[in-house]
Design a protein around this ligand. Structure first.
Ligand code: ZN
Length: 395
């Protein structure tokens, strides 16, 4: 058991200064004052004065087995390690394939998700990839979502991108209907995660499906909406019709110089346009490849997306854009948990999972991480690493 005392609780709504008691994997009590004297049970007390307590982050898009490969085999990005999530305060994540569903497979994706789950994180996956018809395990999207616990949707399915399979409106509608019904029958989101590229059609393929079918706009969860100002403007209209928007946090100075809207700036724009924070999320796109150009514009190499980009953008949204901390935290906790129907996630509440982070209240730097009640990092020191990370360090 752990008792966190005198924390500034953002649940993510601000609750004031509280004491929070963790027993096993859950938060069991939140109160103005919890008695420090315990008899018969070992309780570790963590002084939370001057610290913000928030939910562990929910990252809705991570290439956990790597991604990329669009520049040949040497450009395939590596797998993530456990500590890549821990140092980012991410306690729940959704693993996806991407462009490559030939050398990357759903079986490999599920095995990696199981490994990260054994190590203490909460991990879900999407079936399918960029391609339509989608590659699946059982042959159909609905069977995959209904029969495999970890599958909660399909994606990221690519549209408006030269790398997509250029799906017809009917193909996109059929895929979405399968995900929707699969989700309904299994009590899951059945969400369609949509990779939106940089072509002029923007979000129009999704709007065409919505207007020509009975599929609600909320079945789609389009990502990379801050890729260009044009796409972000299209996103505002999409959200005004009730749709969700996901912004990508990982970036490079070169990508921003080429026209991407910084994630924190994009959040500010959307909130100023009157879009509800419930419809907006950040994801890291972790372990996707990011091109790295030199000053002359030559490809120097590839970097990979990082999960730490999420908190960096939350911090920038608050410190540079003047976004309320509650709202900046919601887009990486409550909003993605609700959109993905992950009950027990994205909030600090009695009876829910003890997925918690402690931030320095002044700097918003990450200090301490709990995942399902397990202490993963304390005062900036990672306590739990994956097996081969430990071996790499000679431990
Ligand atoms: Zn993508």
């Amino acid at each position: 058991m752990y008792l966190l005392t005198d924390v500034e609780l953002y649940a993510p709504d601000y609750q004031g200064v509280k004491d929070v008691l963790i027993a096993g994997s859950q938060v069991v009590a939140i109160s103005d004052h919890i008695n420090r004297e315990f008899t018969g049970v070992p309780v570790q007390i963590i002084n939370g004065q001057g610290k913000v307590l928030a939910p562990g982050l929910v990252d809705s898009l991570v290439h956990i087995i790597g991604g990329g490969g669009e520049g040949g085999f040497t450009t395939r990005t590596p797998e993530m390690h456990l500590s890549d999530a821990v140092i980012a305060g991410v306690t729940t994540l959704v693993g996806v394939l991407g462009t490559d569903s030939v050398t990357r497979t759903l079986t490999n994706l599920l095995a990696k998700a199981n490994a990260l789950t054994e190590d203490g994180l909460t991990v879900y996956c999407h079936t399918g990839s960029y391609q339509i018809p989608a590659r699946t395990l059982f042959g159909d999207i609905d069977q995959d979502i209904i029969l495999i616990d970890k599958f909660i949707g399909v994606g990221e399915v690519a549209i408006s991108d030269h790398r997509s399979s250029q799906p017809s409106q009917q193909e996109l509608a059929r895929l979405t209907a399968q995900a929707r019904v699969g989700g309904m029958l299994s009590g899951k989101a059945g969400i369609v995660s949509v990779h939106v590229g940089d072509s002029d059609t923007c979000l129009q393929p999704l709007l065409d499906v919505v207007s020509a079918s009975d599929i609600p706009i909320k079945q789609f969860y389009p990502t990379h909406i801050n890729r260009t100002q044009t796409l972000l403007d299209a996103g505002k209209e999409f959200a005004q019709l009730g749709g969700y928007l996901d912004l990508t946090a990982s970036t490079t100075p070169e990508i921003l110089a080429a026209g991407e809207v910084k994630c924190s700036d994009a959040l500010k724009q959307l909130l100023d346009a009157g879009i509800s924070v419930d419809q907006i999320t950040f994801s890291s796109d972790g372990f996707a490849s990011l091109p790295d150009f030199d000053e002359q514009g030559n490809l120097r190499g590839l970097k990979v997306g990082t999960l730490t980009s999420l908190l960096d953008e939350v911090r920038d949204a608050v410190q540079q854009n003047g976004v309320a901390l509650e709202d900046a935290l919601k887009v990486v906790t409550q909003s993605p948990a609700d959109i993905l129907k992950l009950t027990g996630k994205g909030r600090v509440q009695e009876g829910l999972d003890a997925d918690l982070i402690l931030l320095d209240a002044a700097t918003l730097e990450l200090e301490t991480v709990f995942a399902k009640g397990q202490l993963m990092m304390v005062d900036g020191v990672v306590l739990k690493k994956g097996l081969f990370e430990r071996q790499g360090e000679g431990q």
